[in-house]
Every structure is written in C-alpha cells, then in structure tokens.
Design a protein around this ligand. Structure first.
Ligand SMILES: NCc1[nH]cc(CCC(=O)O)c1CC(=O)O
Length: 309
C-alpha cells in the first residue's frame, strides 16, 4: 500500500490549480483517501512566463507541458493534470494520457463589454484573443471586427476587458465555470458555427507508461465518453499536424456506442474553410478522427497550410 503522498504536477494559474484540486477531490472520493495522500506540486512553464506574445510565435503547445513532462519522466511527479487542449499531439515516448475527467461544457463564451453577442458588437469593434481559431471564426462571422492579441490567465484577460482595451473577449466556458466566473459570459457560441478547439473543456491526467500503481489510481476517475471523444479530436489534430498556426476547430459527441465528429479548418481571416463531418463506432474513435483530418487535408490541398505564420 502507498504510504507516501502521490505527487500531482500542475501549472500555477488559478485555472490550473482549480483543475488540480478537482482531480484530487475525485481521486479522494474514488479511493476513499484523505487529502494528505495528495501533494500538489506547482511548476511554472514557458507558456506561463511569456505572456506578451501569441503562443504560435513562441513555439505553440508544448509550452504549457514541457516542464511538467520532464519531472514526470524523472520520477519527481507521479502524474500531471493538464487542460487537454494545451497538450501537444505527440507526447514523450515514456508518457501517455492515462485518464480524462468527465468533460465540462465544450463551448466558447463571449464576454461582451459594449454588447452582449458577436452579432450585436458595434461596427469595427475590437475583440481580444490570441487564439488563431477564435480570430478566424470571429472574422468569418464578422469581417469588420478587429482582433487584439490577448494573453495571460483568465483573470488577467477579464481585467484587460474591463479596463476598456477591447469590446469583447472570448474564453472557454469550461474555464469560467471551473473558476466560478461563469456569470461574466454574455453569449455561449453554438459549436456548429463556432467549433471549439479539439479537446476543449476536458482535463487529462498524464503519467508514465507501465506505472501500474498510478494506472490503477487514475483509471478509477476516467470518463469513457470523454476519453473516446477527445481521442477522436486529438487524432484529427494530429492528422493535420496540429500546428498552432492553422485555425482548427472540431468536436466529437458520443451517443451510446456511436460517435459523431465535426471538424473545420480555415484561413486566419476566416475567408476560406474546409469542413468535415464523420460518424461511426465509438470503438473506432481515433481512426475516425484521423480519417476526418486526412479528408480536410486532401480537400484543402498542400498550399493551404503555407503562406502565413
Ligand atoms: N490555453 C488556455 C486554456 N487552456 C484551457 C482553457 C480552458 C479550459 C478548457 O478548455 O479545458 C484555456 C483558457 C481558454 O481558452 O479560455
């Protein structure tokens, strides 16, 4: 029996800490363990330190995970808690995603200052976001809207909005809910015309391959529909080479043994897009995601992924 506390790795942002606390609470309940059996170890990542540039400029996704993964590989952590959306599609060879917690709401929220919805924003309004996907999807609906790069924690972004730098900002509703700030949302965007980022709203747990004691611990809190849906979405991203430089949206929904996936890639100005819809057996979640990725990749042609940074 384990007597030392399990070491849970997390970033230090308020959202990351809330997610680590939720994970610990679920594990305590699933295994009837006291809080002292879990030590939350906070690490700062490159993505936390560099907040003045778009993520696509500083190298994209690994920026939020690298430092945690190094400490997992060296055995200094037992597992790490991540927003699945921030995970690169390729993981270090010795690590894997061992569990997904039940998914939160997948939608993006508008937090409007001068108007409540994207449609109602004034002509030429400015929306703050650093996400290429959100920029492209906003411009697709409202080509007159200007985009301002907006990074930092959820709290920082809400503060910048309230200071009047922009008319509105966009955030994952899941993050707002986990921070008990959902009342700031003025519009929830329908995934059909505003597809979320692959894996949005899902917390994942990453651990060492072959660490059976940790597998047994984490398996108890895994949510199978989330696992299949997010695996499909990540396979879609991987097939598109998931660079942060291409706006990509997509979401899978499990319905009994079935899974439906809708994906979209678009140019940064939202003027050209390629969409895909696919459905099949949940057991084939990853294959379906990969096929969807290959389908839009072929439809777009090689030139689509070049020509901008
Ligand atoms: N990179 C930031 C990030 N990573 C995960 C979330 C939200 C929570 C989630 O999607 O699980 C956010 C903030 C946002 O997009 O508003």
């Amino acid at each position: 029996m384990q007597t030392k506390p399990f070491r849970i790795g997390t970033r230090g942002s308020p959202l990351a800490l809330a997610q680590a606390a939720e994970t610990r609470a679920r594990l305590m309940a699933a295994h009837d363990l006291p809080e002292e059996m879990f030590e939350i170890v906070v690490l700062s990542t490159t993505g936390d330190r560099i907040t003045d540039r778009a993520l696509s400029e500083i190298g994209g996704k690994g920026m939020f995970t690298l430092e945690l993964e190094e400490k997992l590989s060296s055995g200094d952590l037992d597992f790490a808690v991540h927003s699945s959306k921030d995970m690169p599609t390729k993981l270090p060879e010795d690590l894997y995603i061992s569990a997904y917690l039940p998914r939160e709401d997948i939608r993006d929220a508008v937090i409007g200052r001068t108007a409540p919805s994207l449609k109602a924003l004034p002509d030429g309004a400015t929306v703050g976001t650093a996400s290429l996907r959100r920029q492209a999807l906003v411009r697709r609906l409202r080509p007159d809207i200007q985009v301002a790069i907006f990074r930092g924690s959820v709290g920082t972004r809400l503060r910048k909005l309230n200071e009047g730098h922009v008319d509105a900002t966009l955030l994952a509703y899941a993050g707002l809910k986990r921070l008990a700030r959902e009342e700031v949302a003025t519009e929830l965007l329908d995934p059909v015309d505003f597809p979320p980022a692959p894996a949005q709203g899902a917390i994942c747990l990453e651990s060492r391959i072959g660490d059976t004691a940790i597998d047994d611990l984490l398996k108890a809190v895994n949510d199978c529909p989330t696992y299949d849906a997010v695996s499909c979405e990540r396979a879609f991203l991987a097939a598109l080479d998931g660079s942060c430089r291409t706006p990509i949206g997509g979401y899978a929904i499990c319905d009994g043994d079935h899974l439906k996936f809708s994906g979209l890639i678009l140019t940064p100005d939202g003027s050209i897009e390629h969409a895909v819809d696919i459905s099949g057996r949940r057991a084939d979640a990853e294959t379906l995601g990969r096929q969807a990725g290959e389908t839009v990749r072929a439809a777009a042609g090689p030139g689509f992924f070049e020509g901008w940074v």
